[in-house]
Design a protein around this ligand. Structure first.
Ligand code: ZN
Ligand code: ZN
Length: 292
C-alpha cells in the first residue's frame, strides 16, 4: 500500500510539475527556476536516502505505544477510518505549528520554506531531519489512543501526497471548498512572508483546525504573496539549505551565557534573542522589524 502511494506521489510530482513548467513558460512567459528546482530534487534524494537508512527505527516506538493502547479504533468501516483520519489531521496541524513556533523544530522545517519561488517541486523540499526535530512525537500518542501504527503511516502518506497539488500559483481560489479544505490559495499564504501571512494555515488536507485555533489567514489579492523566508535563502546547495539553521543554533549556543539563553535559542520562537529584540513573527507583525 505504501509503495502504491509512493508511486502516486511520484507520478503527481512529475505530471503536475510538467504541466506547471508549460504553464510558466508558454502562458506566463516567465523563466523556469531551474537552479531552485534542482536544489529541491537534491533535497528529495537526500531525504529518501536518510529514510532508507533510518527505516524501522521509529516503528518499535509506535508499536510499543500500540501495545499499551487505551482502546482500539476499529478500522473495518467508514466511521473508524474517518476518526483515524481526523486524529492524524489534528496531530499534523500541531506538529506543523510547533515546527514554526519552536526554533529547534523550525531548523528542520525551514528547508521546506527555503525556496524563493513557489512551485510543484517545492513539495520535494521537505524536512530531512524530522527524526531529530521530533515530528513523530505528535503521532506516537495516536497509537496509544488506539489507531493502528500502519494506519497512522498510511494516513500521513495520504496527507503529504494530497499536499503536492497545493504548491502552485496555477490554481485560483476554489469557492466553498476553501472553507473546509487546505487549497493552493491557503498554502500560498502559508509559504508567504508578508507580515499578515506569517505563521498561518498549518493544515494538511483540512483547514478547519486553523479556523478553530486562530491561525487562519485568507489570501488577499491586494497583498500578493512574497515567498521564501524572512531572511531569504541565497544558496542552491542542498547541504547549506538543510543545515544552515543548525549551524546558526550552534553559533548562538556557543555565545549563550545562561540556561535561560540556551533554552531560548533552542526552544524559543525563530528569531528569538535574549534581549527580546530579535526579529520574531510577533515583532514583524507589530511592524517593529522588517522582512528582509
Ligand atoms: Zn510550514
Ligand atoms: Zn508547503
Amino acid at each position: 500500500m505504501s509503495s502504491t502511494i509512493a508511486m502516486i506521489s511520484l507520478g503527481l510530482l512529475v505530471g503536475l510539475g510538467l504541466v506547471e513548467f508549460l504553464w510558466i513558460r508558454l502562458l506566463q512567459k516567465n523563466s523556469y527556476p531551474w537552479a531552485d528546482v534542482a536544489a529541491s530534487i537534491g533535497i528529495k534524494i537526500g531525504r529518501r536516502l536518510i529514510k532508507l537508512a533510518t527505516a524501522g527505527l521509529l516503528a518499535p516506538v509506535y508499536f510499543w505505544a500500540w501495545d499499551h493502547r487505551l482502546w482500539q479504533i476499529p478500522l473495518k468501516g467508514i466511521a473508524g477510518w474517518a476518526t483515524a483520519f481526523m486524529m492524524v489531521e489534528f496531530a499534523y496541524y500541531w506538529q506543523h505549528r510547533m515546527h514554526h513556533e519552536i526554533r529547534w523544530m523550525w531548523a528542520a522545517h525551514r528547508t521546506h520554506h527555503s525556496t524563493n519561488w513557489f512551485n510543484i517541486l517545492t513539495t520535494s523540499r521537505t524536512s530531512v531531519t524530522g527524526l531529530i526535530s521530533g515530528d513523530w512525537l505528535f503521532y506516537v500518542p495516536l497509537a496509544w489512543l488506539g489507531v493502528h501504527p500502519l494506519a497512522i503511516f498510511l494516513l500521513i502518506a495520504v496527507n503529504l501526497t494530497y499536499q503536492i497539488w497545493l504548491h502552485t500559483e496555477m490554481v485560483p481560489k476554489l469557492g466553498p471548498l476553501e472553507w473546509v479544505l487546505n487549497t493552493p490559495s491557503h498554502h500560498r499564504v502559508h509559504h508567504a512572508v508578508n507580515p499578515r501571512y506569517l505563521d498561518t494555515n498549518y493544515g494538511g488536507v483540512l483547514i478547519i483546525f486553523d479556523r478553530l485555533f486562530g491561525s487562519f489567514a485568507a489570501e488577499n489579492k491586494t497583498d500578493p504573496c512574497r515567498y521564501g523566508l524572512v531572511k531569504p535563502e541565497t544558496s542552491h546547495n542542498p547541504f547549506v539549505i538543510v543545515f544552515r539553521e543548525y549551524v546558526a543554533i550552534a553559533r548562538d549556543l556557543y555565545r549563550a551565557r545562561s540556561l535561560r539563553e540556551i533554552a531560548g535559542y533552542l526552544f524559543g520562537p525563530p528569531g528569538w534573542k535574549p534581549d527580546g529584540m530579535g526579529a520574531t513573527t510577533q515583532r514583524i507583525r507589530a511592524g517593529i522589524d522588517p522582512v528582509s
